[in-house]
Design a protein around this ligand. Structure first.
Ligand code: SF4
Length: 341
């Protein structure tokens, strides 16, 4: 059950797969490529969503600044460090620091957090802090940050402008290049089924993501949030997200690809399916319970009352049921430019 990528997939072939031309073959090939690169290990990342404040107004996101119904929070640095300790105690090799575009945390505060976490624990640090200035990205890299996630959601300028009215398309692209130049492992991604997205746009997005030679690639389906301008529009399609996951794996064999929480928000079994068609990363949230549920980018995210220990146990069982095991190491990219550094 092989799928040749020599020559590379054309726009037309990608569109044909997105349309469901041969799911069985596509998913089997992506699974085989994942096993060949990473074996049966699924890398875990402990994520701390330390602030749900955001200065932006993305039309699909529940954390948008215009949503007055969100209970806003910011964690103090000591609290963030305590969460990082919990992640390290759980034996997880990557701490992800994520927030909305919240400039209340000064660059040197973030740098100090990075330095302290690296001094205390043998972990990789991933940042997901939105569009920040090049000098701040440099400061954090020098403080020890290893990776940075900056999702475009789409590379179609018109659609981007419609759904992210406060973001500068070119600046975000420039930031991706800046992150690469600084030596970060860089992640980006798309939302499938975003209102206004077509298969043609999505196919081109996959080609662009691949041309950028990124280390981490994410795709999740659009999940409608009722407190946004997109309220009432239909959710994205889980199956199409799985096709995108599989295509990204085949086009980028060494990249890290998460089974995103948006998949599970629409279909509880979707995470397992993603892990069997290209995904190799899961990111359990270590955001503390009093504010856990307030980091709701879309309904279904962080909506369980189970404690982190229970969620980790459940995750291990889930992985075992699909013949995968949790990887507690750093789980770095297999992209050659980082492997050989
Ligand atoms: Fe803010 Fe990110 Fe939500 Fe946009 S998607 S409103 S930048 S948290």
């Amino acid at each position: 059950m092989t799928l040749s990528l020599n020559p590379p997939l054309s726009l037309d072939r990608i569109q044909a797969y997105l349309g469901g031309e041969d799911d069985e073959r596509l998913f089997a090939a992506a699974n085989a490529a994942t096993l060949a690169q990473f074996g049966d290990t699924v890398f875990l990342r402990g994520i701390i969503e330390f602030s749900n404040h955001c200065r932006n107004n993305c039309h699909y996101c529940g954390l948008r600044s215009g949503n007055r119904e969100v209970l806003r929070y910011r964690l103090e640095p000591d609290h963030i460090l305590a969460c990082a300790q919990t992640i390290a105690d759980a034996g997880i090799g990557t701490v992800v620091l994520q927030s909305g575009d919240d400039w209340r945390y000064r660059a040197d505060t973030i740098a100090e957090l990075i330095t302290t976490i690296k001094a205390r624990h043998d972990v990789a640090i991933t940042l997901s802090l939105g569009d920040r200035k090049p000098e701040e990205l440099r400061l954090w890299r020098e403080a020890g940050a290893d990776r940075y996630l900056l999702k475009m959601e789409t590379f179609d300028r018109e659609l981007f402008a419609q759904v992210r009215p406060d973001s500068d398309f070119q600046q975000r692209l420039d930031n991706l290049q800046c992150l690469k130049a600084l030596g970060y492992q860089v992640g980006c991604g798309v939302i499938t089924g975003l209102p206004g997205m077509t298969d043609a746009i999505l196919a081109q997005d996959l080609l662009t993501l691949t041309e950028l030679e990124l280390d981490m690639l994410a795709c999740g389906p659009y999940v409608m949030h009722p407190q946004t301008p997109m309220a009432g529009l239909p959710d994205g399609d889980v199956l199409q997200s799985l096709r995108v996951t599989a295509l990204l794996r085949l086009m980028n064999p060494g990249a890290l690809i998460p089974a995103t929480s948006a998949l599970n928000a629409l279909l509880p079994s979707a995470r397992d399916r993603a892990l069997q068609c290209g995904a190799n990363v899961v990111m359990p949230s270590f955001t503390p319970q009093p504010v856990f549920a307030s980091y709701q980018i879309y309904p279904g995210k962080n909506d369980t009352e189970a404690l982190i220990d229970q969620r980790l146990t459940h995750l291990t069982e889930e992985l075992s049921a699909i013949a995968r095991r949790p990887g507690h190491c750093r789980g770095d990219t297999r992209r050659s430019h980082h492997v050989h550094r």
